[in-house]
Design a protein around this ligand. Structure first.
Ligand SMILES: Cc1cc2nc3c(=O)[nH]c(=O)nc-3n(C[C@H](O)[C@H](O)[C@H](O)COP(=O)(O)OP(=O)(O)OC[C@H]3O[C@@H](n4cnc5c(N)ncnc54)[C@H](O)[C@@H]3O)c2cc1C
Length: 247
């Protein structure tokens, strides 16, 4: 059996990473796609972006959003690199209108980076299914969550290492690792599927259909939303003006 390198140091994080790695996404993509409907000609050149847009352009995007003519919002693409705990990826990948590629626990040894809730994260659940509210924990609860999460992560990683050291395959040894281990993936969406994701994975006042997402996937959603609003400001404004309903 070959000698294994020393186990890497265990890290804890309370944040997630979201980076835009590639995009082809602008308000003009919505306009040219919508206008072929009435003009039947190539409408690319006439489509304006952001501050170039006329009142008519804004009106058209708003009308498409309000009346849920969704397909013009599909002619664009955004690829994000995401690092988040596996329990977030489980929720993320329920969104089928996206493409995913994630790091493999069979082909590589997983890095010991674990998510631990920050002391600001609300810990106490009140209310009923579908309308939960989360309130701050007591000092004792904050300390307990941090300690238990760290201890469980360390114990699990040591167990993983013992199995790897004994020559057990990665795909078997990894089964002891907890859901709070960080993973990484690329996810590619278009604006329509992103709006569906944001409508379900963010909680905002005044939305037409309120949602109650887990805070950690909401942290990812908020970062994606910040990127998207820069790329497609008119579409973003229309999404908000129409109750954050995906068209
Ligand atoms: C707060 C919250 C709690 C949740 N709790 C649970 C839970 O307890 N258990 C659980 O299993 N899931 C749960 N989910 C996941 C949820 O049921 C959805 O799977 C997830 O939100 C993805 O939504 P989506 O299907 O609209 O997205 P996508 O899969 O991206 O689909 C986008 C849209 O495409 C259409 N579409 C896609 N696939 C189909 C299809 N096969 N047939 C017809 N139309 C389709 C639909 O219009 C859909 O809205 C929860 C989600 C949220 C936000």
């Amino acid at each position: 059996m070959s000698e294994r390198p020393e186990a890497p140091e265990i890290e804890f994080r309370s944040d997630v990473t979201v980076e835009l790695v590639r995009s082809s996404a602008a308000d003009s993509d919505v306009l040219f796609a919508a206008r072929v409907s009435t003009q039947g000609e190539q409408t690319l050149a006439a489509a304006a972006d952001g501050s170039e847009a006329t009142g008519r352009d804004r009106g058209l995007i708003n009308y498409l959003m309000r009346d849920r003519h969704g397909s013009p919002f599909e002619h664009n693409s955004m690829t994000f690199y995401v690092q988040a705990p596996i329990f977030v990826f489980r929720e993320f990948m329920r969104h089928r209108m996206a493409s995913y590629n994630e790091e493999s626990g069979r082909y590589r040894e997983l890095r010991p980076v674990f998510y631990v809730p920050s002391s600001e994260r609300n810990l106490v659940q009140v209310g009923k299914p579908g309308a939960y509210q989360f309130l701050p924990g007591s000092a004792e609860q904050v300390e307990l969550v941090a300690r238990e999460t760290r201890e469980a992560s360390v114990a699990a990683f040591e167990s993983y290492q013992r199995m790897l050291d004994a020559g057990v395959a990665r795909e078997v040894a990894r089964i002891v690792l907890p859901l709070n281990i960080m993973s990484s993936m690329y996810v590619t969406v278009n604006a329509r599927s992103l709006m569906n994701f944001l409508s379900l994975r963010t909680m905002r006042e005044g939305t037409h259909f309120p949602s109650f997402p887990q805070r950690e996937i909401e942290m990812c959603a908020e970062k994606m939303e910040n990127v998207w609003q820069e790329l497609m400001p008119l579409t973003y404004a229309a999404f908000n003006a129409n109750g954050r309903v995906a068209p």
